[in-house]
Design a protein. Structure first.
Length: 110
């Protein structure tokens, strides 16, 4: 690592959101549509982000299901920005539950 670079302390937020609609339990939005919505919101708010696609599973009132699950990773935002972003995404996907994690990290841009 470059000796002039040093690690900074910060907060990493991760937003986990599934693509199944809360009424029909079917995926009515595709990943590309979600990417476009996320990019539009983050560009407007100038939030740096990464998006990972994965498989998730959970139990709901009709049993157990799996779905396409998306993980939005953001470093350098504040808690209010994360809450606003999450509420907008939750509304667009029409889901009833979104998980947010908050982790103290050290990071360095190279």
């Amino acid at each position: 690592m470059d000796r002039d670079k040093s690690f900074e302390k910060g907060i990493k937020y991760e937003i986990f959101i599934g693509l199944k609609d809360k009424e029909t339990y079917t995926e009515i939005m595709c990943v590309n549509d979600f990417k476009n919505i996320l990019a539009e919101i983050c560009t407007d708010k100038q939030l740096s982000f990464s998006l990972l696609t994965q498989l998730g599973g959970y139990t709901h009132n009709k049993g157990y299901t799996t779905e396409t699950s998306l993980r939005v990773i953001i470093i350098g935002a504040n808690e209010n920005e994360i809450t606003v972003l999450t509420e907008k995404l939750k509304e667009k996907v029409n889901t009833d539950a979104v998980l947010i994690t908050k982790t103290e990290i050290e990071y360095c841009f190279m």
